[in-house]
Design a protein around this ligand. Structure first.
Ligand code: PAF
Length: 285
């Protein structure tokens, strides 16, 4: 596995692979990798492309009171994991390499970035879109892989790629969960054992919502109330949001008739967890 923190060196590596006829796949991450990230690598490997995995904790996407400085980092452990997983090149730039001077050019994806996590974390998706387009420009991948746990992020990137005519296929990869249902996240390490126990209520409440929908419930408000009720009864977490939204454009939904995103964000102490489920509805039920 090649490994570099320099943009010029990475470009040389990629140019060489491209001249050999290889497609390039990008797996952008912030490191502290877990099985969810490795599932992205696994999917990328299936395409036969040359896989570049980036690790960069992007300061631009953290608010002033968020966890940028305490975000978990362990480059050597990550490097060993991705090497074993079959990544071809690891790119781990410093902040100076990515932002040699204060940035004044941003990418903003309207509408999608003002709801759910966008409403709670102003500027977050602008930071994500800006760093992702920088990574796209550096790597010029044919394919890029994003986990569906960050479903809103996936939609933001997909829209950016479409609006700006970027010749990149954006590939979503399903959420990977612990045995008890908790979605894998680098932030799970911050949970106390009590919070970790309680956090399984996120996936449980989503499963309950799914059961309810399958049984014929079509009111988004009823589903949302059930989610809130279950979460507040079963844990000490503070709900940021528990919402049913259109799965394509995140618009508000009253009666569920098209595929929807059921999305949750809950704070356990200072650790904020998100989870979601995409649900298609059967028009005959
Ligand atoms: O999902 C993440 O880890 C980050 O938001 C990303 C896409 C790597 C951009 O910093």
């Amino acid at each position: 596995m090649k490994r570099t923190s320099h943009i010029t060196e990475l470009r040389e590596i990629i140019t060489m692979e491209r001249s050999r006829g290889r497609k390039i796949a990008l797996v952008p991450t912030m490191g502290y990798l877990h099985r969810g990230h490795l599932a992205l690598v696994e999917r990328a490997k299936q395409t036969g492309a040359f896989i570049v995995l980036s690790i960069f904790v992007n300061p631009l996407q953290f608010g002033p009171n968020e966890d940028y400085s305490r975000y978990p980092r362990d480059l050597e452990r990550d490097s060993n994991l991705v090497k074993a997983a079959g990544v071809d090149a690891l790119f781990h730039p410093t902040s100076e390499e990515m932002y040699p001077r204060p940035i004044v050019t941003y990418v903003e994806v309207g509408q999608l970035d003002t709801v759910l996590c966008g409403a709670m974390r102003p500027g977050h998706f602008r930071g994500v879109a800006t760093v992702v387009i920088k990574l796209f420009n550096i790597v010029q991948p044919d394919l890029a892989f994003f986990g569906q746990k960050d479903y809103q992020q996936y939609l933001v990137i997909r829209r950016m790629v479409s609006d700006l005519n970027l010749p990149i296929e954006v590939c979503p990869v399903a959420i990977v969960r612990e045995e008890d249902g908790l979605a894998l996240s680098s932030r799970n390490v911050f949970l106390t054992s009590e919070q970790r126990q309680e956090a399984k209520v996120l996936s449980q409440s989503l499963n309950e919502a799914e059961t309810c929908l399958r049984a014929g419930e079509r009111s988004a408000r009823v589903i949302e109330e059930q989610l809130r009720d279950r979460i507040s009864r079963q844990c000490h977490g503070i709900i940021d949001y528990a919402e049913v939204r259109d799965a394509e454009d995140l618009s508000e939904v009253t009666i569920i008739e098209r595929p929807v995103l059921i999305a949750l964000a809950v704070k356990f102490g200072s650790t904020r967890l998100i989870d979601n489920k995409i649900m298609e509805v059967d028009p005959h039920v």
